[in-house]
Design a binder for this molecule. Structure first.
Ligand SMILES: NC(=O)c1ccc[n+]([C@@H]2O[C@H](COP(=O)([O-])OP(=O)(O)OC[C@H]3O[C@@H](n4cnc5c(N)ncnc54)[C@H](OP(=O)(O)O)[C@@H]3O)[C@@H](O)[C@H]2O)c1
Length: 263
């Protein structure tokens, strides 16, 4: 058996929202295992962690707003001209919105469902020619959607549209996996528990101790946890896995996520 089971040498990857947080963790892991990586961000290159990523390996930057009308098409055009094909698509860009039930605004639903469900679907739809050109029978192209524990377990934070969006993303993952297997593309999701990023910093600063205490494995998600799951799903090791939603949450989704006591 090849010991290169986890190598990504020669592979080309895209990470949406790869300029900070979980996206940086994904891009860094792909680079460390040998892939050439493009990241997207709405911000200028200098305002992201691009420079540190580029020190790890070949890295490209695409500045675009994926929620804007032409955002996804711009990414397709940039990848077509710079890379030609695409082995790995990581749909990481996402947004949340927290507010009490009685005050939860209609605009939260529009913003969150657009970026967390519609955009990942549009990305797969639009980048299909590039993914299909790279995929082979025993070496399929990969789509990995970054879901959440909130998409399959009922939590205590008031992020209603986010929970619905991530549940939708998990289901779209399965539907696309069923449709795209015969086109040599696998589609899976990673469902992390809480990670310390800009998205969660305020919540975790206030409730971090309670979150850690309630977790069966007693800690938050770390970058190596994200890396391990992502490299498994994108390398030869995961070539026969499709339609999976992989929890990377220390056991939170087994029950304690919903019984968490906030301070
Ligand atoms: N943190 C957690 O506890 C946690 C747990 C489970 C799942 N997740 C998921 O992990 C993913 C990354 O979240 P994070 O924790 O790293 O949060 P974050 O630091 O807030 O990062 C969000 C990312 O999404 C990108 N983004 C937001 N709006 C965008 C738009 N309109 N167009 C393009 N990119 C956009 C941002 O890129 P720019 O600002 O550079 O444009 C940024 O890279 C999300 O899908 C999130 O749901 C996070």
């Amino acid at each position: 058996m090849s010991t290169d089971l986890f190598s990504l040498k020669g592979k080309q990857a895209l990470v949406t929202g790869g300029g900070r947080g979980v996206g940086v963790m994904c891009a860094a892991a792909l680079l460390d295992f040998g892939a050439e990586v493009a990241i997207t961000s709405r911000r200028a290159k200098e305002e992201t962690e691009f420079a540190a990523l580029a020190e790890r390996g070949p890295c490209h930057f695409i500045q675009t707003d994926l929620a804007a009308t032409h955002g996804v098409a711009e990414v397709y055009e940039a990848l077509r001209t710079r890379l030609g094909t695409l082995d790995i698509l990581v749909n990481n860009a996402g947004v949340t919105w927290g507010a009490p039930l009685e005050e939860y605004p209609a605009e939260a639903w529009e913003k969150v469902l657009k970026l967390d469900v519609a955009v990942p679907f549009r990305m797969v739809q639009t980048l299909l020619p590039l993914l299909e050109a790279a995929g082979k029978h025993r070496a399929p192209s990969r789509v990995v959607n970054i879901g959440s524990v909130d998409g399959h377990a009922v939590g205590v934070f008031d992020n209603f549209a986010y929970a619905a969006g991530k549940a939708g993303l998990h289901q779209v993952t399965k539907v696309l996996a069923q449709r795209l297997g015969s086109r040599h593309i696998t589609v899976n999701a990673i469902a992390p528990g809480p990670v310390m990023t800009k998205m969660t910093a305020a919540l975790l600063e206030e409730n971090g101790a309670a979150v850690v205490d309630a977790n069966p494995l007693g800690r938050l998600v770390e970058s190596s946890d994200i890396a391990g799951a992502l490299i498994y799903l994108t390398s030869a090791a995961g070539a026969y896995v499709t339609g999976a939603v992989l929890p990377v949450d220390g056991g939170f989704s087994l029950g304690s996520w919903s019984s968490l006591r906030l301070t």
